[in-house]
Design a protein around this ligand. Structure first.
Ligand code: PHB
Length: 395
């Protein structure tokens, strides 16, 4: 009986579809009226835990609002992007063309992000970047439908050079994975460190996601700089920290980094991480009610410690909620949706932040030091730091 009614209902819809020019799947979708949210994140590989934390905290933000967006129920679609840039466009299209998502949340890796970005710009689908810091997305290729809740790659490292110089480290070696995130993190580091009077004696790199650090660590030992600064993240960062200590460098040449180095890896890295100083827009130890409530809720829900990635996922949820509430769930009202998201103040665990004109957070950057498997705040390295947004013209 149920089946028959469904069949009859569908054939009626087909007749209707023929007269309106709509296809059956589109009608059924419109009838369901759920907001279709696509999550394109790394669920495997060196960034797997980053993707998982973003996904979990994003859902937590929506759950805390009764599980709805602008009064509508939500349906999730997931794709594992494997942090594999050549598959970026195809994977984004699985969500946009096949699953017809209304909004795309993703991703972590800057190279994959450029694939998502192309699809977002061509399709006009709402895109929220919960991590990848690639400059182009909120500089020369900025777009009205693309918002970032994380950082630009040079934002965290711009503020790193000054504290290093304050400690008297006048000559540094830089080491990273050679791809957009590492190269752009270097731009920020170079700018801040050289302005503070430092000299970069050597730039070292290896392809993403390689973790064969040994030859490079031997080179660092030979170069004997005053300090080393780096960009690594995820499982690769944990290994770099351990290898740096195992090579006997930890107590000889202080290690600094873009703060991702010590995010989500402190259990895996153990005592090898003690004393590492980094700059980032978040710290576990921020002593605010907002941060504490977030950390407790995340830890109880997911039995895992939150990190900066969880915060960015959570904030992506908050941003989407702000936009969807403003238009009462009507995503066809794009101008109003985008305006509300542009104007939102996000009450984040990292501290309140607002969007720059190019759709990237204006935020404080904290100086942190690892002690007792925690990133402790030592001070504020940069206040209300905005990315330049160079070349951004909102079309
Ligand atoms: C990036 O590829 O943009 C990226 C990846 C991991 C991070 C930060 C940036 O922790």
């Amino acid at each position: 009986m149920t089946t028959r009614r469904l069949v009859l209902g569908r054939s009626a819809a087909v007749v209707g579809a023929a007269s309106t020019g709509l296809l059956l799947p589109e009608i059924l979708r419109a009838q369901s009226n759920k907001v279709r949210v696509g999550l394109m994140l790394p669920y495997t590989g060196t960034f797997a835990s980053l993707g998982t934390n973003i996904d979990n905290a994003f859902r937590m933000a929506i759950d805390q609002q009764g599980g709805k967006l602008g009064g509508r129920d939500v349906e999730f679609f997931k794709v594992d992007d494997e942090s594999d840039p050549p598959k970026g466009v195809e994977n984004a299209n699985k969500l946009v063309q096949r699953d017809k998502v209304d909004v795309l949340i993703g991703t972590v890796h800057s190279g994959v992000q450029m694939g998502i970005h192309r699809v977002a710009r061509e399709s006009g689908v709402l895109s929220i970047i919960p991590n990848a810091g690639v400059h182009a997305a909120t500089r020369a290729q900025c777009a009205p439908n693309v918002f970032r809740t994380s950082f630009t790659n040079s934002q965290p490292t711009l503020a790193l050079g000054k504290p290093m110089m304050d400690k008297g480290h006048k000559k540094a070696v830089w080491i990273t994975w050679k791809y957009a995130a590492g190269d752009e993190a270097f731009e920020g580091f170079k700018d801040g460190y050289t302005k503070a009077g430092g000299t970069i004696v050597k730039e070292l790199g290896l392809p993403f996601p390689n973790v064969e650090f040994q030859a490079l660590l031997t080179e660092i030992a030979t170069l004997k700089p005053d300090a080393v600064a780096c960009f690594f993240a995820g499982a690769g960062a944990a290994k770099f920290i351990r290898d740096y200590a195992a090579a006997g460098l930890k107590d000889k040449i202080p290690l600094y980094g873009s703060g991702f180095l010590t995010e989500g890896v402190l259990q895996a890295a153990g005592p090898a991480a003690d004393g590492i100083m980094t700059t980032l827009h978040y710290s576990d130890s921020l002593d605010t009610p907002r941060n504490k409530a977030f950390r407790t809720a995340f830890a109880t829900t997911y039995r895992a410690q939150p990190d900066v990635y969880a915060v960015q996922g959570f904030d992506s949820g908050l941003l989407l909620i702000a936009g969807m509430n403003a238009v009462k769930g009507d995503m066809s009202n794009k101008a109003a949706l985008h305006k509300a998201m542009e104007g939102a103040t996000i009450d984040s665990p990292r501290g309140k932040w607002t969007m720059s004109k190019a759709h990237n957070p204006i935020q404080d950057i904290y100086l942190r030091k690892v002690a007792d498997r925690e990133n402790k705040v030592v001070g504020i390295a940069a206040k209300q730091l905005a990315d330049s947004g160079a070349g951004c013209r909102m079309g």
